[in-house]
Write a protein that binds this ligand. Structure first.
Ligand SMILES: NC(=O)c1ccc[n+]([C@@H]2O[C@H](COP(=O)([O-])OP(=O)(O)OC[C@H]3O[C@@H](n4cnc5c(N)ncnc54)[C@H](O)[C@@H]3O)[C@@H](O)[C@H]2O)c1
Length: 382
């Protein structure tokens, strides 16, 4: 396989995860990293052993030796940074949600296609081996026709009014927070697995903290410690803490899910159940190697991840033998592996989520806003 030179833009949580998983691929070199300023990028470079660092991502885009970039910034920057990267001829792997509007996402898709560049949105959660097994199980007809789906993506890290992050503010995040940040994964997943598109939805959003205490920049490193009034400013909150959404999928299936960042005790409980005319399946990201299969007339079963028991192509998403867990990092790696295979060789299949999936995700988020304002059902057309 030809070697590929890539760059990372954004050095936070995702910066580290992406850098580590890129390195596991074996044929992709991290040729540079850009942060919000030179000091942040240098600190990241030192921690991760990356020599070339900069506070200005444009420097990396100007380097013809760099073939691809990972856009790992707050959401509102996905569009301008990705568009510049595409104009500079780079393949782009962008974090989700792809943009802050469907219009932006559509422009990104159009430009990537016009330039003939490889493009992906990082819906990494699709690539747990058991999740891919569920996809094959449904494709093979073992579940029957899908009747209804249900579940949640629940976290608690924004429970208190002293919890703060760029995601809280619309200017960096976009209009929707809980539904945009984690509900977007849930809706992508359920469509990916069932093969059904969301055709209608009814959303109920709640912002429990009407104001939050935003730490003044200088004390951000003390996050978690009790703030004194002088350490923060009270800001008005416009993004939701919670969303509850009813769904129509395809011609007949129904669904319901919640997305919450104030659900005490839940860290990353991304869970779904899919019920069909023959059987049901359930999965929870916090126990990623376990699949529950529900039956009406015979005992229910638990399948533990083991490549020899995964159906068809699902086995290709497990790189370790049964009993050895494959988790969050591994799911990232599986997506990047397929993205970079295509960067290195354009004849390889597109078996990762593209900007088209990201665009559909943005259409859904806009429909969630529309439904919540209208307090009723809206039809979805992609
Ligand atoms: N796929 C997933 O599982 C997953 C998980 C978490 C976050 N995300 C997504 O990843 C993105 C980043 O989230 P995060 O949790 O890493 O946030 P973070 O706050 O930890 O990191 C964001 C980084 O972007 C940098 N940045 C800001 N402006 C920049 C600029 N102009 N140039 C270069 N860097 C700049 C910040 O300095 C920071 O290092 C978001 O879009 C988020 O939705 C995806």
């Amino acid at each position: 396989m030809a070697r590929v030179a890539t760059a990372i833009i954004g050095t936070g949580f995702m910066g580290r995860v992406h850098a580590e998983q890129i390195r596991r691929l074996g044929f992709v070199d991290i040729a540079g990293v850009a942060g919000v300023n030179a000091a942040e990028a240098a600190a990241f470079g030192q921690a991760m052993g990356i020599d070339r660092t900069t506070g200005d991502y444009k420097e990396l885009l100007a380097d013809p030796a760099i073939q691809a970039v990972h856009v790992l910034t707050p959401n509102a920057l996905h569009y301008p940074v990705s568009m510049e990267a595409l104009h500079a001829g780079k393949a782009v792997l962008c974090e989700k949600p792809l943009a802050v509007s469907a219009k932006e996402a559509s422009n990104m898709l159009k430009l990537a296609e016009k330039k003939g560049l490889v493009h992906a949105v990082n819906h990494n959660l699709r690539y747990y081996p058991i999740v891919q097994h569920i996809r094959q199980y449904i494709k093979a007809g073992e579940l029957g026709e899908v009747l209804h789906v249900q579940g949640t993506y629940s976290q608690d890290w924004l429970l208190y009014d002293t919890d703060f992050n760029w995601r809280i503010e619309t200017k960096d995040n976009g209009a929707l927070r809980a539904v945009g940040d984690i509900g977007s994964h849930w809706m992508d997943m359920i469509q990916h697995l069932t093969g059904l598109s969301i055709t209608g939805l009814c959303a109920d959003l709640a912002t429990f903290h009407k104001t939050r205490k935003k730490p003044k920049a200088a004390i951000q490193t003390f996050a978690g410690k009790k703030l004194k009034p002088a350490d923060y400013e009270e800001v008005k909150i416009t993004t939701e803490d919670y969303g509850g959404i009813l769904l129509h999928l395809g011609d007949q299936a129904r669904g319901a899910f919640t997305a919450s960042q104030v659900a005490a005790g839940n860290k990353n409980k991304f869970a779904f159940e899919i019920y069909g005319t023959k059987s049901g399946v359930a999965w929870n990201q916090e126990r990623p190697d376990e699949l529950w299969i529900g039956n009406r007339n015979e005992p229910n079963r638990i399948l533990i991840k083991d490549p020899s028991m995964l159906m068809g192509p699902a086995a290709g998403f497990a790189d370790l033998p049964g009993g050895h867990s494959e988790g969050y990092d591994d799911a990232h790696k599986q997506l990047y592996k397929r993205f970079y295979a295509r960067v290195a060789d354009p004849s390889k299949p597109v078996d990762y989520p593209t900007f088209e999936d990201g665009r559909r995700g943005m259409v859904l988020l806009e429909k969630v806003v529309e439904s919540s304002k209208k307090k009723g059902w809206v039809k979805v057309k992609f």
